[in-house]
Design a protein around this ligand. Structure first.
Ligand code: HAM
Length: 416
């Protein structure tokens, strides 16, 4: 028996109500904040991700689905959505548009991770990127958008973690102090962190290994090392968040698992739970990325949310979800001639915009009405031999259980 590959799942029809609900709310929010949809390819040149996410990150070191295609090019299934959007921004000369360019996407994301609840090898993200402005008011707007999405979905008891990790000016000094601190505790670090200590000490702060987490608590804090511009940016941001009534907690160990971030980083997680494994949303500013990828210096900020994690939390919090739409009519028939009438009537009704389902192989009337019930159709139309002869149908209101005989040519206007 074949099974879906480990860490992937089928999204069955009964699950789709959650996905539709999330997509609808996300699109409403994008319209409110002036974002436009972008779709990028499922795979990209591997170098795009290595360059942007960073060679010394878990994603690039261990989690990318990379392969050589038949032409010998190294391609990678998208492990995140920001770098492809930046690539598209540069490739299509979007710097000539009015800035910031505000883009959103729904995309499947591939990471070779150890699967567990809320963590998959293929997951789906809704993400937004606002490219071309460094105003902290834009950071606040993006965070507001993430928080509004959660609120509009009906999620409660969520917490926003916030931090600033500085820029190219102030970060080197901070990294030096991190290096000095962790070097004193080198013997307790996990092998990955020991290795990264020299090349990418920031990554030590988001190591998930139990041996490394206690050390992180007492590690130097990036906020203490910000240059005056970054400190001012962060102060403005927190002022705007307060203006918008967005509660946050300053989380010193929040650095995010991707190397492109500068200044603002944030995550939204269920209250009392922290860490990348439970985060519903994550994002931040990435002012150097477009330039790093060959574009002009262009500041940007964005976030992404894992749709599976939203579904998980909607279920945990028992948020009521609107049901998927149901058919208006179920057509039941008995006999060969009635079947022909049913086929014609179904086509006629659909042509008038009325949704119709019906059975195909011969079944008893009882079985067909049972099927009408489970389909949650509002009406059943029943056509038997007598109805064919008299050019009429039985129209049954499923909720009320009442039925009447009506002329065949009146069905569409009555149901419309
Ligand atoms: P990320 O934090 O790696 O950020 O992923 C964003 C969200 O995707 C997470 O908060 C989580 O909800 C979900 N997620 C991540 N990995 C998995 C997984 N293995 N299984 C299920 N859900 C997962 C980014 O990808 C950045 N590109 C976000 C961003 C946009 N930053 C700026 N703009």
């Amino acid at each position: 028996m074949y099974q879906a590959p480990r860490g992937t799942s089928d999204i069955l029809p009964e699950e789709q109500a959650y996905w539709d609900y999330i997509r609808q709310k996300a699109e409403q929010i994008c319209a409110l904040y002036g974002y436009h949809r972008i779709d990028t390819p499922t795979f990209e040149d591997s170098r795009l991700f290595v360059r942007s996410i960073g060679e010394e990150t878990d994603i690039v070191e261990k989690e990318m689905y990379s392969f050589n295609d038949k032409g010998g090019d190294s391609l990678t299934l998208r492990p995140e959505g920001t770098a492809p959007v930046c690539r598209a921004y540069i490739e299509h000369g979007m710097h000539t548009l009015s800035q910031p360019v505000k883009l959103y996407y729904f995309a499947s994301i591939f990471r070779y991770e150890r699967p567990q609840a809320g963590r998959y090898r293929e997951h789906h993200q809704f993400g937004v990127e606002a490219i071309g402005d460094n105003d902290p008011a834009l950071d606040a707007e993006v965070i507001h958008m993430a928080s509004q999405l959660c609120t509009k979905l009906g999620l409660k008891r969520l917490a926003l973690s916030l931090n600033s990790i500085g820029c190219n000016n102030c970060r080197p000094k901070y990294l030096e102090s991190l290096k000095a601190y962790y070097s004193q505790h080198k013997e307790s670090l996990c092998p990955d962190c020991k290795r990264r200590l020299a090349v990418n000490p920031l990554r030590l702060l988001d190591c998930k290994k139990p041996s490394c987490t206690p050390l992180t608590e007492r590690a130097p804090q990036s906020i203490e090392y910000l240059c005056s511009d970054c400190a001012e940016h962060f102060e403005q941001l927190t002022k705007f968040l307060k203006l918008l009534n967005i509660a946050f907690s300053l989380t010193h160990r929040l650095v995010r698992g991707l190397d492109y971030y500068t200044r603002t980083v944030f995550e939204i997680s269920p209250e009392g739970e922290t860490g990348a494994q439970v985060a519903i949303c994550g994002g931040g500013r990435y002012d150097n990325l477009i330039e790093q990828l060959g574009g002009k210096p262009t500041p940007a900020v964005g976030f992404a949310t894992g749709i599976e994690r939203l579904v998980l939390n909607l279920k945990r919090q028992k948020v009521p979800i609107p049901l998927l739409s149901t058919p208006t009519v179920f057509i039941a028939y008995l006999g060969k001639e009635a079947k022909e009438e049913a086929i014609k009537l179904a086509s006629h009704l659909r042509g008038r915009g009325i949704s119709v389902i019906s059975t195909f192989s011969e079944r008893s009337l009882k079985a067909q009405l049972k099927q009408a019930n489970t389909s949650r159709a509002r009406y059943a139309v029943i056509i038997g031999e007598d109805e064919v002869k008299n050019k009429c149908v039985v129209l049954r209101n499923m909720a009320e259980g009442k039925q009447e005989i009506i002329p065949l040519d009146k069905v569409a206007s009555i149901l419309h």
